[in-house]
Design a protein around this ligand. Structure first.
Ligand code: K2U
Ligand code: ZN
Length: 177
């Protein structure tokens, strides 16, 4: 299958709230496979369905060194979060080239469904905890730049819009050739 298009901030579709998954069928499995291929190609260690303009509560994560430990979390819910916080320099495939510190709970417990609809619970810390919380934000229509100051966010938005205009201009030039 072709790689999926990843929406780029400030595309308004990134702010849509995802609906719960209710049907666990071949379409869902194909979407997971296509998202995983897209994430590994980027490369990234996480991806939310919202980022590929599918507004269903589905995230994938793989923080392994060799892209061999894919985790699929459907309709994820945080059931516990530590009072201890950690700051991590986050990035996002929807905001390429931007990294900045975001503070989040250091450890979380998450309940979710797997691709067959079976419930499971997992505990996460470190990069896995950051990534899961980052992806779950996407399902709520939240992009990590919203944790930054308005000044930083507006500068990022202006930079992304400028890049989008240049991207579209180059595409037009190529199609006119
Ligand atoms: O949501 C996304 O765009 C996926 C992110 C996941 C992520 C965000 C923050 C912190 C860790 C993971 C991409 O994987 S961004 C690329 C990346 C890769 C490794 C570590 C940090 C960022
Ligand atoms: Zn992201």
């Amino acid at each position: 299958m072709p790689l999926l298009n990843i929406l780029r901030y400030p595309d308004p579709r990134l702010h849509k709230v995802a609906r719960p998954v209710t049907i666990f069928d071949a379409r869902l499995k194909q979407l997971v496979a296509d998202m995983a291929e897209t994430m590994y190609d980027a490369p990234g260690v996480g991806l939310a369905a919202s980022q590929v303009d599918v507004h269903e509560q589905l995230i994938i994560v793989d923080i392994s060194d060799n892209q061999t430990e894919l985790r699929v979390l459907i309709n994820p819910e945080i059931t516990w979060a530590s009072s201890e916080m950690q700051v991590y320099d986050e990035g996002c495939l929807s905001v390429p080239g931007v990294y900045d510190g975001v503070e989040r709970p250091a450890r979380v417990k998450v309940r979710a469904l797997d691709v067959d609809g079976n419930t499971f619970e997992t505990t996460a810390e470190g990069l896995l905890a950051v990534c899961i919380q980052h992806e779950m934000d996407h399902l709520k229509g939240k992009v990590f730049v919203e944790y930054l100051s308005p000044l930083k966010r507006n500068r990022i938005k202006a930079k992304m819009l400028k890049e989008e205009r240049e991207l579209n201009r180059d595409k037009k030039r190529n199609s006119d050739r």
